[in-house]
Structure formats: C-alpha cells, structure tokens
Design a protein around this ligand. Sequence first.
Ligand SMILES: Cc1cc2nc3c(=O)[nH]c(=O)nc-3n(C[C@H](O)[C@H](O)[C@H](O)COP(=O)(O)OP(=O)(O)OC[C@H]3O[C@@H](n4cnc5c(N)ncnc54)[C@H](O)[C@@H]3O)c2cc1C
Ligand SMILES: NC(=O)c1ccc[n+]([C@@H]2O[C@H](COP(=O)([O-])OP(=O)(O)OC[C@H]3O[C@@H](n4cnc5c(N)ncnc54)[C@H](OP(=O)(O)O)[C@@H]3O)[C@@H](O)[C@H]2O)c1
Length: 602
Amino acid sequence: MPHKTSTPPAGATNAPSLGFHGHIDSPKEDEVHENEWYRQFHPDYSVAETPLHTPSGVHIIIVGAGAAGLNIAYKAARQFAPGEVTFSIYEKNEDVGGTWLENRYPGCACDIPSHAYQWTYAPKPDWSSYYAGSEEIWQYIKTWAVENDLLEKVKFGHKVTRAEWDEDEGIWKVQGVDRDGKPFTDEGSVLASCHGLLNTWKYPDIPGIKTFRGKLMHSASWDQEYDLEGKTVAVVGGGSSAVQIVPAIQPKVKKLIPYLRSPIWITAGFGSKYAAPGGGNFQYSQEQKDGFRKDAAHHRQYCRELEGELNKRFLLMHLHSDDQKVSRDFVADSMRTQLGNDPRLSTHLIPQYALGCRRMTPGSDYLSSLRRPNVEVMIDSVVGVTEDSVVDASGRETKVDVIVFATGFDVTRPPYEIIGRNGRNLGEEWAEFPKGYLSIMAEGFPNMFYYIGPNGPASHGSILPIVEWHTRWMFKVISHMQRTSIKALAPSRRAVDDLQIHTHELLKRTAWSSACSSWFKNGKKHGPVTAIWPGSRLHYFEVMKEPRFEDFDIEYFGNRFAYMGNGFTSTELSENGTAVWYFDILEREQAKGTTAFWDIEA
Ligand SMILES: Cc1cc2nc3c(=O)[nH]c(=O)nc-3n(C[C@H](O)[C@H](O)[C@H](O)COP(=O)(O)OP(=O)(O)OC[C@H]3O[C@@H](n4cnc5c(N)ncnc54)[C@H](O)[C@@H]3O)c2cc1C
Ligand SMILES: NC(=O)c1ccc[n+]([C@@H]2O[C@H](COP(=O)([O-])OP(=O)(O)OC[C@H]3O[C@@H](n4cnc5c(N)ncnc54)[C@H](OP(=O)(O)O)[C@@H]3O)[C@@H](O)[C@H]2O)c1
C-alpha cells in the first residue's frame, strides 16, 4: 500500500497561480526552515500541490451494455469534468439493449406503460402503443445510444468471465474472452456490474432434454425464423413470459400444451387506469403522438400521471391491507370469469397466496386462450423429455413437435466470477441467501456497484428510473471517493446485518413474503425474499438521495487528509472564482426566510 499522499490527482499543478491574488512558488525540498521545529519532516507524507478536493481520476469497468450500463456512460459524460472519470464497457452480445435485444418471443412486451418505460431525461413522444413491444423498446434504447455516441464506447462481443479485487493496488482486475475466443484483461478502481438481473437463461436440468429431436426453444432465445404453423407445441412454465407467449402463438399452432404447474395472479396491466378498457393495450393515434411531440409540457404531464400511478402500489402490497383483500377478491373473480368458471382450471390456476407474491402478471387474452379447442392445459411438473415427447410428474407422456421453455432465469449468482477481499466469491456467498447493501453494493467487495442487486425495487414499476437512481447514488459515492483520498470503500458487516434485520422484519408484512415459489425468493416457496426492497418505490428513491458514509469500511490512499492539498480551494485558484461565495448562499437563503447555510449545495 503506498504511503506517500494520494494517487496523482487529475489536473495537478506544482505552481498554483492565484486567480485573483498573484503567484506563489512551491516550497523547495532542500529549504531549511527558519523555525527549528519545522525542520522535522514526515518521511511518509508530502503535501499534494493541488487545491482542496482535487479529484483523482477513476476508471470504471462497466459489464453489460443493456439500459443500465449505457446509462452510466451517458451520465458520466455529463456529470463529471473531462478526464475525472473514464470507463470501459464490455458487452457479450454484438449489439446494445440486453433484455430487449434477446427476448423476442411472440408477444414479448413491456407490461409497464411505454411512457414510463423510458429515461426521465429522454422522453419519447411517439410510442406506438400503451404497452410497447420488445422490438420497439430495443429501438428506443438503440436510437438513444446512437444519438448520444454511446456505441463507439462499447466493446461488443466481449464477455467478462472474472473480476478480482486487488487489495494492495485498490483496483478490480477483469478478465474475459472476445468473440474469437481471444482473452482480454482490464483494470479499474471501480466495477459497475450491469450484467442484467434477468439475463442468464438456460434450459432446466430435466433428464432427456438433449435427446429431443424436435425444436427446442427458450423464451429468452427465440428462433424467429422458425414457423410454428401446424405444429404441436408444449410451453413449459406459467410465469410472465409464458403468459405472453401462449395467447400469441395459440391461433397459429395446431395444438398447444401449456404446462402450468403453479398458479399465478393474472391481472390488468400496470398503470391500467390509463389503459384500454379492462386494462388492455391500445395504439396511440397519430393525433395523440403529434400532440405529445408538439407540446412537451403536455407530454411531460402525461408521463407524470403514469409514473405517479406506478408509485401508488405499496399499500396493495401489504398482506393485511384492505387494498390487498379487495383487489385479491376482484382479481380472483375476474380470473374465474375468464376461465369460463372451469372448475379444474379455476382451482389450479387461481392462487391461494397473496396477490403480488409472485410478480403480478398482466395477460389480457391469456386465460381465455387456455379454453380454446386447440389448447390442453397440463397441471403437473415436467420431469422428463424423450426424443419426441414431454413427460410430466403424473407419468403422462405427450408427443410434441416443439418444446418452449419459458422457465425463467438464474438469479442466484452473477454470470461471471466476482472475487472480493480475501478471495471471497460473490456467487458462492449469494447462491442461497444473497445479502447486499441498498441493492447496489456488497460487504467485502469494495468499489463494486452491482446493479439491481439483492433486495432492490425489482417489482416496483419501471426499472429505468430505478437504474437512474442507482447511477446517481454511485456517482455521489465515486465523487466523494475521488475528492477525499479514498482508495476502497465497502459497506461494513454491521451495516449489512442491521439492514438485513430491518429488511426481513418489514417484508414480513408484505405480499412478497407469502408462500409462493418465485424468483423473488430465489425460486423457493418458503424462504427469505431476496429480490425485493422493504418499502415503496418512493421510499427507495429517498433512501438513495445521499450515501451514508457511516455505513462503510473505508481505506485511504495513505493519509486520509491528503485531499486537503496545498491549502487553497479551487475557487481561489480559478480566474473566475469568487472569494465570497457563501454570501450568495446567504442571500438565497434570506430570500427563502432562512439564514443557516442549510442549503450549502444550492
Ligand atoms: C422478458 C422480460 C420482460 C421484462 N419486462 C419488464 C417490464 O415490463 N418493466 C420493467 O421495468 N422491467 C422489465 N424487465 C426487466 C428488464 O430486465 C429491465 O427493465 C432492464 O431491461 C434491465 O436492464 P439492464 O441493463 O440492467 O439488464 P439487461 O437488459 O439484461 O442487460 C444486461 C447486459 O449485460 C450483458 N452481459 C451479461 N453478462 C455479461 C458478461 N459476463 N460480459 C459482458 N456482458 C454481459 C448482457 O448481454 C446484456 O446486454 C423485463 C425482463 C424480461 C426478461
Ligand atoms: N412484460 C413483462 O413485464 C415481462 C415478461 C416476461 C418476463 N418478465 C420478467 O422476467 C421475470 C421472469 O419471468 P419468466 O416467465 O421468464 O420466468 P418465471 O416467472 O421465473 O417463471 C418460470 C416458470 O417456469 C415454471 N417451471 C420451471 N421449471 C418447470 C418444470 N420443470 N415444469 C413445469 N414448469 C416449470 C415455473 O414454475 P414454478 O413457479 O412452480 O417454479 C414458472 O411458472 C418476470 O418475473 C418478470 O420480472 C417480464
């Protein structure tokens, strides 16, 4: 560990010129001080010839060029001065967009209103429909990335395989392979893992799956060239993906066999107040789109109303709230009606657990499609596959041409090895019961920001504004680190333990803790809720307003006060600096009726 001051801060200068006072020379090394006491010196320390809070350069390694990774690149260019923060972005795919590039199954769409599934700073006035399809969302992300010169910053076809923290140097050492199998390495003091919470798919470990001679597809890896016309198709799974696939392919296929082993609440879409009757989708007219384009204030008001709707759901998520009871009865009745009061399907598909325990799933034509003549619903688990059939837990073997696995994603571990302090392996530690910090950091893994990590607002409405808050918080932490000689920072064990206790005591009250199997509980029916924030969406945003540095274990580059530098402030050294900036604050506060320098940043 270096003892001498800090890393060279960006913009360091040895002979500061005083913007409005004149010029001084730095002290000479061989100078003999006239005061004898000051002839002693500290061999491990020398004052940095830079003003207070001069930022040291930080290099961020970003894994993933989905919405989250790209947002970091976009914001970094705007929120840091040139050179303060640099970054590399590695993306395993050949294009941006993550979720919306990969998930192209029939019917794949957002179930959040389009005008809320966008960056708050990049509103799109001409969404084609209330709930946009996968391709249109991808196009939105891609167009925004192109317009903001983000593509050239991404190393496509580069898959990160390992990141290891080097305690001595205070950096993450990253390894990977490119599209040709050629290894690459990189180093940076910060790791931003934006690999996507719902990105790692694989076929389930079902015996015989490799022997199947027909067509095998996963919802996240759809073969868009393949024609399902006239085929007998099994769809395994009854989660959000299957709920969109089933009604989309039912009219096309000869026979459809959904394997729905678990019930799920089928609701109206999110923000249904502004949707079509019954919570369904609708197309915006050209007139509406023109109206949004021409009148930004009108568009903004519309976006505010939709977003506001999404932020009002937390009461409903309480196990014992009236909202929960009334909505649950209402949705159960609606499901029964859509199922034509079919006793077998109603008993099996209407859940006994709380509404929202698994992600509520909008599906306007889903339940009615299950009753169509070419559909036969199976209610048992799929336990085997032969060369031409699916075998379920009742022993029934059903011949099919195609098997679609809509069986979800592996959320138990990151898609690459992350090694923290003392060789600790994040994937191993989090496999059973992940314990993060504010859904973005982890104890023992310094300077690592893990996007949409454990216990985040993963079921609280549109993810994009949440990602914006992650980045805002991360930048506040980084900015503080680079201005205060911090080399490494991670939440302390005690802070994480305290947060865990609070999290699960609070979650006990909520529908998410009900007994249903869900990826919110790492696939378990009974167990801790590992994916969900213990509060509302607005609650999360407020918590994330300011980092709590008292929660961190901090290592410094030598002397923690090295950042104080040469005793000047940047303002004093700047040509345009003002020597009485605090008067301006005072005047602003006086205008508001306060005089306490409360709003120091204002
Ligand atoms: C089918 C589906 C529908 C969804 N619908 C909604 C919705 O309606 N509303 C909502 O809010 N959210 C929805 N989500 C969640 C969605 O994932 C997020 O909204 C958002 O897209 C996440 O963005 P991201 O950048 O964090 O992750 P992703 O979009 O998953 O991007 C992650 C990127 O990281 C890359 N990557 C992963 N591992 C590596 C590696 N080792 N090396 C290099 N690159 C790597 C991936 O290739 C990918 O491009 C949905 C998810 C799915 C799967
Ligand atoms: N538009 C949208 O907003 C949208 C669309 C798609 C996905 N998503 C996001 O992606 C997440 C994942 O959705 P997903 O539907 O892909 O996955 P999922 O919700 O995890 O559902 C997987 C389904 O597969 C079933 N399954 C697994 N193995 C099985 C087997 N051997 N036999 C029978 N069934 C089996 C599961 O049953 P059990 O429950 O019994 O384990 C479950 O019903 C969603 O929660 C949501 O966050 C969003």
